[in-house]
Design a protein around this ligand. Structure first.
Ligand SMILES: [Fe+2]
Ligand SMILES: [Fe+2]
Length: 190
């Protein structure tokens, strides 16, 4: 896994545990957006040869979305409005224009989102074990898949330009480190 330059702030876990229904709604939207992102990456010429792999990721994310919707239904939680994530918005703001530059930046940002999700799902899988075993199992079951998405996106970027991927990864890890420290009181994953 990636060497983050900043750890998840200590107040993230208590904040998330304080309102799990809201977190599940946020999570449903996160999976929906992950599916959309995989499809959006298909617009880049450099990724035309990878279109089936991207479709496979989009399908997996839609399956995750359906699983979260199933949990919402079972728990009587309505599927509501998403909170905008300042962390995701901030990362996306770092995308440069120009197709070759943009595809690498976009892949790196998608990769970091998957990587942070993987890390946070791992924490939830562990921390929810006694409080909510069903949810703990669910989060633990997603870790491998999100970890694979993280790795796939970074390898796709490296295939296009390895040195440029290193440079931009360093840049976006700094952006992540700065943004993740910004206080966000809302019960959301990112
Ligand atoms: Fe997912
Ligand atoms: Fe994913």
């Amino acid at each position: 896994m990636l060497l983050w330059r900043e750890k998840i702030p200590d107040d993230w876990l208590p904040k998330v545990l304080s309102d799990l229904p809201a977190v599940l709604v946020d999570h449903a939207h996160l999976e929906r957006k992950a599916a959309t992102s995989a499809l959006n990456l298909e617009k880049y010429r450099d990724l035309f040869p990878r279109v089936s792999e991207l479709n496979a990721i989009a399908i997996e994310e839609l399956q995750h979305f359906e699983l979260v919707l199933g949990l919402l239904k079972k728990r009587g939680i309505p599927f509501g409005q998403p909170f905008p994530s300042p962390w995701i918005t901030g990362l996306m703001r770092g995308l440069r224009n120009g197709t070759r530059q943009q595809v690498i930046d976009h892949l790196i940002v998608c990769s970091l989102i998957e990587g942070r999700s993987c890390e946070k799902f791992q924490i939830l899988g562990r921390e929810l074990e006694t409080r909510d075993p069903e949810l703990a199992k669910f989060y633990a079951s997603l870790v491998e898949s999100e970890g694979n998405h993280y790795a796939t996106y970074i390898l796709m970027a490296r295939d296009i330009d390895d040195a440029e991927t290193d440079r931009r990864l360093a840049y976006f890890l700094d952006v992540d480190a700065k943004l993740i420290r910004d206080p966000n009181p809302l019960p959301m994953l990112h």
